[in-house]
Design a protein around this ligand. Sequence first.
Ligand code: PA5
Length: 431
Amino acid sequence: MLRLDARNTHAFLADDALAKLQPTTLDAHRAVLDASGAGAEYLGWRDLLLDPNDALLEDLTSTATRIRNQADVLVCLGIGGSYLGARAVIDALTPYFPPGEPEGGRGPEIVFGGHHMSGAYVRQLLAHLEGKSVYVNVISKSGTTLETALAFRLVRDWMEAHFDDAEDRIIVTTDPERGALNALRQEKPYKKYVIPPSVGGRFSVLTPVGLLPIAVAGIDIRSLFYGAVQACQDLHTPAPVDHPALTYAALRTGLLQAGYQIEVLATFEPRLNGFGGWWQQLYGESEGKEHKGLFPAVVQYSTDLHSLGQYMQEGQRILMETFLMVEEDGGDLLVPSTAANLDGLNYLAGQTYTHVNRQAYEGTAKAHTEGGVPNLTLWLGAVNPSTVGEVIYFFEHAVAVSGYLLEVNPFNQPGVEAYKQEMFRLLRRPA
Ligand code: PA5
């Protein structure tokens, strides 16, 4: 179970602020449960947890095993919700420095593409693939996203030029019927996984969008999925008003109402950096509309205390901060003692790295509170597939509730079309 420590918000909110927000928070929570709020046709991310498809999990695991056995590299092409979740989970749950070569049981290298329009990147990616056994998972609900479609055109040509069995090495993850990838499949019978139409991109990490690459990375997708199932079931009653996800939604809404404009998600574990990217899209795209919403920013401490720490402490007082912390960070080190103590670090001798990192967090939370930055901390017991599944659902449910508190539709993204129209006009795309 996740634990939320909100003590460092108290001084920044009226005494009764949380109590006043609780009735509307419960209403918003009920609107999620009974699908009575705006955009309710996009609540498929809950439905898939309430009625788990074990056969799909098995099928994905078996495809992943085939790829793990045969590939040196899996290229995942996708952007936004079609890649951020997979990247977040893979970063969180795989070693920083994977041991050995692929044939040593490490599994294939997983590289991402189609998430920007850098020709240099694609050129270097194709060069990197030379001489390797390559599989491709192209992930696009619409099939028409330019970044992904363009990269796929080049990667597909490369695959066809390099492998007689290219068709067996390409897997598409897309809408059940619509879009360019389905049109392509009429000629090329690529294996296909489906993104349910009722699941928006940023909520799709627990569909094949995220689950196939995550399984190829050797992660137990069943534990991941069922961690989220458990979290969903824990929130599937109308009245847990003090549930951490509802408290989180209420507090950040209260702070927004109190004039804070930016929420900074801060981690003290580099493996959770990718998670910040996923969270940023989830919250930015769900809430940033009708000129409303907290702007979601991400920092990785203690690294960024040496760059953004000054602003956090003394810049404009429009920031609130959410720390994503881990009780057990896994694999600790003791600081050794040295006889000469020339670096002056013997005062830390015998302490664990975790202890030092923890004091950095405690010190930061205190300094930021005193500097006028309200902050709260979400504690995970450990980073494993089940807890990562749990935290995914935590943030998904909380943003749905938060969006309703903000009185926006948390499930659409009308604003992302504007730049595309201008870009396609400049590129002279036919109507
Ligand atoms: O959350 C979203 O809807 C977006 O980030 C999409 O996932 C992203 O634009 C990619 O779209 P598509 O999967 O259609 O290529």
